[in-house]
Design a protein around this ligand. Structure first.
Ligand SMILES: *Cc1c(COP(=O)(O)O)cnc(C)c1O
Length: 421
């Protein structure tokens, strides 16, 4: 089930007023839902000492949202300098931040070690020598290759650009020891939007057993394992949600068994993005045009610059037409934006109630990898973001982009020279 009934109840009655106040389109996020999901995660993993979620900043990189994460005690998973800056501005330091970059640049390494540093999660063995001041605490991203089959978004691990191979992993930690590392973590991320909880349990089993292997070889007792993000949400009404409770129970059992066998156990970290915020946001857009040609089109005032997933992955996002949630779906529409790309469609051949001029469409599950993925192609600017607070207040937490923003990178001090002259 996409967007929860509780979020709908909080939002839908107020939506015409919100749309009148701010104008459309906008993404709106639900503080209550985000907090409930966060608290639930903490509760179901409370049997694992030192469990911590590191919110994947890229999913919803907005300071007001990150503040909620910080208040819940979560850390941040960053992979770029702007994400590091944002996390640090909120007061996150050192081990509150996991820096999981790939194809990392010298500038990124230099930035990562500033301001108390962070947990450096290296994506490749060749990067060990490129870390300027090797930290005491180090982590590697592991790619199991043919030992695991992948899932749709990340793909087959053998084809994924991420991580060190099984054959390299012991050597990676050995080299890190040689550079002075004394504390160790192990990271992996082998799935994205995975709805089968057994896959994530298998991932926990995989990293725990890998720490045993590395310990045998090098005597390392790992401080933590990070099982990554990739916890899925059901975008389609007929999909069953991830059985997160059973997932937590079975992973806790693995940690208990590890402790019984080894006398100690690493902490468990995860870095969910989508699961934390995906269902707690939606994109609200207005129907502005109707076109009856080979198909029936509804043109809305948002386009793929606000939500790329349908165009990028042919992803399904459920749509409600406000005030017609229970009406018969006796029309078939393509719901389209105004970008000059034929994949600029929020829905293709979707059964919906009859839509009229100025109807508000609520496009579900835009709370993760939604606004953040937007772009400016075709001069289509990114919309505003709102936050529905627990007390019913609505706040603008990011303004819409303006034409001035669009031209900002073309207004600069001229710099030209003639090579060879
Ligand atoms: C994108 C990403 C995440 C978050 O993925 P979700 O599918 O949103 O949970 C976590 N960790 C890393 C390293 C990522 O690249």
């Amino acid at each position: 089930m996409p967007m929860s009934d509780a979020f709908k109840q909080r939002l839908f009655n107020a939506l015409p007023e919100i749309a009148a106040h701010y104008g459309t389109p906008f993404h709106i996020y639900d503080e209550v839902g985000i907090r409930e999901t966060g608290e639930h995660l903490k509760q179901i993993f409370s049997g694992i000492d030192g469990f911590r979620e590191y919110f994947a900043v890229k999913a919803l990189p907005n300071k007001q949202i990150l503040k909620l994460m910080k208040e819940m005690g979560f850390g941040f998973d960053c992979s770029s300098i702007p994400e590091l800056i944002m996390s640090r501005e909120l007061g996150a330091t050192t081990e509150d931040i996991m820096f999981t970059s790939n194809n990392t640049s010298p500038e990124e390494f230099a930035f990562a070690e500033q301001d108390g540093g962070c947990i450096l999660n290296l994506d490749d063995i060749s990067l060990i020598d490129k870390v300027p001041n090797f930290p005491e605490l180090i982590c590697f991203r592991y790619n199991p290759g043919p030992r695991r089959t992948g899932n749709i978004i990340i793909g087959n691990p053998v084809e994924a650009k991420y991580g060190v191979t099984h054959e390299q992993v012991v050597d990676a930690y050995r080299q890190a020891q040689a550079r002075g590392a004394k504390r160790f973590g192990l990271h992996t991320m082998v799935a994205s939007n995975e709805l089968d909880y057994t896959y994530m349990v298998e991932t926990a089993r995989m990293v725990l057993s890998l720490t045993e292997l590395v310990k045998q070889e090098l005597g390392i007792e790992f401080e933590f394992v990070n099982i990554g993000g990739g916890f899925g949400i059901p975008y389609r009404p007929d999909q069953a949600p991830l059985d997160i409770d059973t997932l937590a129970k079975e992973i806790t059992e693995q940690f208990d068994a590890f402790k019984a066998k080894n006398g100690f156990v690493p902490r468990m970290y995860m870095e969910s993005g989508r699961f934390m915020t995906g269902p707690h946001g939606c994109l609200v857009t207005k129907a502005i045009n109707f076109k009856d040609t080979y198909r029936n089109y509804v043109g809305v005032d948002a386009c793929m610059s606000a939500l790329m997933r349908p165009a990028l992955y042919e992803a399904y996002h459920h749509i409600d037409v406000l005030g017609k949630e229970d009406a018969a779906k006796d029309m078939t529409y393509d719901v389209v934006g105004s970008l000059c790309e034929n994949n600029d469609k929020f829905a293709v051949q979707r059964e919906l109630p009859k839509i009229e001029q100025d109807d508000l469409l609520v496009i579900h599950d835009s709370g993760a990898h939604g606004h953040a993925m937007g772009f400016q192609y075709n001069g289509r600017l990114r919309p505003q973001e709102l936050l529905l607070r627990a007390d019913g207040r609505v706040e603008l937490i990011r303004r819409a982009e303006t034409v001035a923003d669009y031209f900002a990178t073309q207004n600069y001090t001229p710099d030209a020279f003639t090579p060879g002259a």
